[in-house]
Design a protein. Structure first.
Length: 344
C-alpha cells in the first residue's frame, strides 16, 4: 500500500477547498483531510488532539474550516514522531509545542483515562506491555511504514530476536488481530503492513545458510498452513546462535518435505501448525521415520512440533516447545549432544 502523499492538498471534509483569509495563506495551509493523509492519521484523530491537548490549527477559514499552517504541521509531525516512540500523547503534545517553538505550558489538563489505555480513534488494545509496543502500534495504525521498520529494527538490535519477538512483536500483532476481529474486518490493512515488516525485520537478521558443518534445522509449515511468522522468528533466532537452518515457509507439500529431509540430512525438523485442522500426526511420524545415510549407519531427524495446532497429549519421540526460548534450548541441545536420547 502506498504512503500518503507529502504534498497532497486535497480537502477531505466533504467541502470545497475554500480559500483562507488570503491567497497566500491558502497556498501554504492545509485542510484537515489533506494533513491527515500527509501524517497517516485520521481527521478524527487530529480533531481529538486539538480538543484534548490544544494542538489545533492557527487559522480557521470563515470561522469554520480548519486550515493548518506550516508551523501547525511541524508541531503535529513532532507529535507523531514522539507518540511513535511510545511517549504518552499528553506528554508528546507538550514537547511538540515546545520543540516547534509554540507557547509552552498551554496544553489543557488531561483527564486520566480508566485503565491507562488510549480510547482515541484507531487505538489498539495494549496494556501491561513494553513502551515499544505502544509506539509500534501507533505507527502501524497510521500505516507509517518507515516508522514501523525503524522501530522493529531498533527492538531487534537492542533486545535480540527472542526478546523482540516475544515482548514487542507478538503483543503488537495480537493487539492488531483483536482490533481487526472486533471491528468488523476493519484494520486488515494494518495487520498486513505490520506482518510484512515483522517478516522483513526477521529476515534481515538471518545470514546466508552455512554450507558446512552438521545437518541444518529444517523449518516448514505443514500442508495447508499459511502462518509463517513464528518459524521465521525461530529461524532468525537460530541464526543468531550460529546454528544452520533451511527455511521452507508456508504449506510445504508432504512429498517435498520428505524429499528435503532425505537430501539435507537435517539434525532436526520443525513442523509448524497453528490450527488443529492442519496438524497431522501421521505426517509428523512419517518425517520422524525418514532415514538417510549409508546402510548400517542411517540417521533420522529430531522432530519438533510447533504451534497450537499440535495441542493434545504428548507425542512419544517428539518435542513440543512452549515458547520460542524453549524451542531454542531444545534445538541448541541437539548440536551440543548429537547422540542424546529421545524426549521424555
Amino acid at each position: 500500500m502506498s504512503q500518503p502523499s507529502l504534498t497532497a492538498r486535497i480537502p477531505y471534509d466533504g467541502a470545497p477547498d475554500e480559500p483562507g483569509p488570503s491567497a497566500q495563506a491558502a497556498d501554504v495551509s492545509l485542510t484537515t483531510g489533506a494533513l491527515a493523509r500527509r501524517l497517516g492519521v485520521s481527521p478524527t484523530t487530529l480533531r481529538s488532539w486539538d480538543r484534548r491537548y490544544g494542538i489545533g490549527p492557527a487559522v480557521r477559514a470563515d470561522g469554520r474550516h480548519r486550515r493548518w499552517t506550516p508551523q501547525d504541521v511541524a508541531v503535529l509531525e513532532e507529535m507523531c514522531r514522539l507518540t511513535t516512540t511510545g511517549v504518552p500523547p499528553a506528554e508528546a503534545a507538550r514537547a511538540a509545542r515546545q520543540t516547534a517553538g509554540g507557547p509552552a505550558g498551554t496544553v489543557p489538563a488531561v483527564t486520566p483515562e480508566r485503565g491507562g489505555a488510549s480510547h482515541a480513534a484507531g487505538a489498539l488494545p495494549l496494556s501491561g506491555v513494553r513502551q515499544e509496543c505502544r509506539g509500534l502500534a501507533r505507527a502501524a495504525v497510521r500505516l507509517d511504514a518507515p516508522a514501523v521498520e525503524e522501530l522493529l529494527t531498533a527492538a531487534v538490535d537492542q533486545y535480540g530476536v527472542t526478546v523482540a519477538w516475544q515482548e514487542v512483536m507478538v503483543p503488537t500483532l495480537h493487539a492488531v488481530g483483536r482490533k481487526w476481529f472486533s471491528s468488523g474486518d476493519r484494520y486488515v490493512e494494518v495487520e498486513h503492513l505490520l506482518s510484512w515488516h515483522v517478516s522483513s525485520a526477521l529476515r534481515r537478521r538471518t545470514p546466508p545458510p552455512d554450507r558446512q558443518g552438521a545437518g541444518p534445522v529444517i523449518l516448514a509449515c505443514v500442508p495447508g498452513e499459511q502462518h509463517t511468522l513464528p518459524i521465521e522468528a525461530l529461524n532468525a533466532a537460530l541464526a543468531e546462535l550460529g546454528l544452520p537452518t533451511r527455511m521452507f515457509g508456508a504449506a510445504v507439500p508432504a512429498e517435498a518435505l520428505t524429499a528435503a529431509v532425505r537430501r539435507l540430512g537435517p539434525a532436526a525438523v520443525v513442523l509448524w501448525s497453528q490450527a488443529r485442522s492442519t496438524a497431522s500426526l501421521p505426517l509428523a511420524r512419517h518425517v520422524a521415520d525418514t532415514q538417510w545415510g549409508v546402510k548400517g549407519a542411517r540417521r533420522r531427524p529430531l522432530v519438533v512440533l510447533g504451534g497450537t495446532g499440535w495441542s493434545g497429549p504428548p507425542v512419544r519421540g517428539m518435542f513440543r516447545p512452549s515458547s520460542l526460548q524453549n524451542a531454542l534450548d531444545i534445538l541448541a541441545a541437539v548440536y551440543r549432544e548429537p547422540a542424546s536420547g529421545e524426549p521424555s
